[in-house]
Design a protein. Sequence first.
Length: 592
Amino acid sequence: MNSSRKSVRDAETVRSVHDRLELHVDRSWLAEMTERSDRNGPWDDWTLFQLAWEAEHATAIPNFDELISLSHIPRLEPMPHQIDTARKVLHEMRGRAILADEVGLGKTIEAGLILKEYMVRGLVRKALILVPASLVLQWVRELNQKFGIQAVAQKKEYMWTQYDVVVASMDTAKRDPHRGIVLGIDYDMLIVDEAHKLKNKKTTNYRFVNELRKKYCLLLTATPIQNDLSELYNLITILKPGQLGAQTSFQANYVADKRVPKNEDKLQEELSKVMIRNRRSDGGISFTKRVVKNFLLDLSPEEKQLYDGVTGFVRGRYEEAKSQGDWSSALGLLTLQREVCSSRDAVFVTLVNLFKKTAEDSPQRARIWELVELIRAIQANTKAEKTMELLEEIGDKAIVFTEYRATQEYLLKYLKERGIAAVPYRGGMNRGKKDWMMDLFRNRAQVMVATEAGGEGINLQFCHHIVNFDLPWNPMRVEQRIGRIHRLGQTRDVHIYNLSTRGTIEEHILSLLHEKINLFELVIGGLDVILERLEQDGSIESGLFRLVMESGTNEELRSGLERIGQTFHDIRRQIDGKRPEPGGKRAATARR
C-alpha cells in the first residue's frame, strides 16, 4: 500500500516538473543538411579534411618497435648503439634502466632520445633531471637544441610546478624549501646524471631520490661498480626494488667478496634486465686517433734552483713529520712538491701561506723566506714559453690544462700580453659565467685555460688540441681531461701535448703515464675501476709522494714506478677476466 502511494506521488512530481520546463529545439541545421542532401554534398571543407587526416597520420604509430622520435629530431643523428639502447629501454626495461656506457659514448644523448620518445608517445609530460651543478646549462642546451624539448634550468621556486621539464642540481632539489615541493610532485620521468653518487643508501642523496615519485627512471653512470657490489645493489633497488631480491639473499647468492661476484652467469642475466653498458671496444663505435707529443724541457738555472730548494725543504719536513707519526702534515707537503713543477706563481702562494702559519721562532720560517727570495729571482717561465710556441704552431683552438689557479692567472696574463685571446674556466664560477666562457671559447677565443673543473662534464668536440701544462698524478684525471674533446662527435684526430721538466718528478710521472701504463695511446675501458683497486691502501697521489720522498736514488724511484705500472696491468687483466660486465656480452648479443 505504501509503495503504491509513493509511486503516485513520484508520478505527480514528474508531471509538475514537466509542466514547468520549456523545451527549445534547434533546427537551424536541418535546412542546410536537406539542401546538401538534395545535391549530394559537399559534406565538409576539403582543406580541413586534409589537415585533419595529416594530423592523424603524423601521430599514428605504425610499428611499436620503431622509434618515432627519430623523425622529430632533425638536428641530431644518433649513433646505432644509442638507438639500440633507446629501443631496449623502451621495449624490454619499461622505462627504468641504468645507462652505464663507458665515458664518451653519449649517455646524455641516449637519455634525451628515450625522454623524447616517451614524450612523443604521450607517455611523459612532467620530467625532472638531476645533474651536477656545473652541467645544468649544458643539459638544458642539449635538450632544447638537439631534441626540441623545452627544458629549463631551475632558478626560482615557482619553476618546479610551472614548467614540465626541469633541470636542477641534486643539492638544490634536496634543500629546503625545494625539497618539499619536489617530493610533492608526481613525475612521469626522473633522470639522474652521475648516479654513482647514489651508491650509499645511507646518504641524503640516496634517500631523496628513493622518495621521489616517478613512473620512469634513468640512472646515468660510467661506474656502476666501484668499491663494492652492494653499491650496484643499491642503484638497482632505486630502479626496481626486489629485482635482485632482499639484500641478504643478494649477498648469499651473488657475492663471494665485496668486490668479487659469484654465480656470474646468473648475476649477468639479472643485470641485463636493468642495465646497458656499451663499450668503446664494441663493433661500430669508432673514435678518432690520439696523437701524443711529449716535451721534456730544461729549466733555467733559477727555476732549477727553486725546484731543488723546495724539494729539499719538502723532504726535510717529510722526514720530520714521519718520525713524529704526523702523516697528515707529511702528506700536506704533497701540494708544494706538485706546485713547484707548475709555476713559481703557484708555489709562491703556498709558501707565503705556510710562512704566515709558521711560528716566528721556528727555524723553518727563515728557510721558507729563502725560497720566497729564490722566486723573486725568476724572470721567465720555461713551460709558458713552450706553450706559446705550441699555440703559434697550432694556429687553432686549444685547451690548456693546469691544476692551479695561480698558474691559470699567470698564463692568462702571459698570453694576453702576446696577443693570444684566452678565456678562463675553473671551479667557483657560477653556471652563467661558465656558460659564457664556453661560448666565448667556441666563437671568439683561441685558447681556454682550464683548471680541473674543465676536466669534468663539458663537451669540447669543436676543439682538438690539448696542452697539459702540468700533469695530474692520478691517471683518471688525465683521462677526464682528454675525454672533454676525444669523444663521440669529434671528427678530427686529437693532439695531446704534454709538458714536463727534466730532472724533476714530472719527468717520472710522465714516464709512468706514457710508457708504463700506455695511458695516452689507449682509450682504456674501466680505467676508473682499475684505479679503485690500486687505491685500496690510499690515494695514488699520496702513494707516489711517499715513493718520491723515500727513494734514495733515481734508480729506486724508477723501480717503484715500474712496480706501479705492472700492478696496473695485472689488475686490468684480472678485471677483464673476472668482472661481470653490466649489460655486457649477453646484452651486446641481444642488441645485435
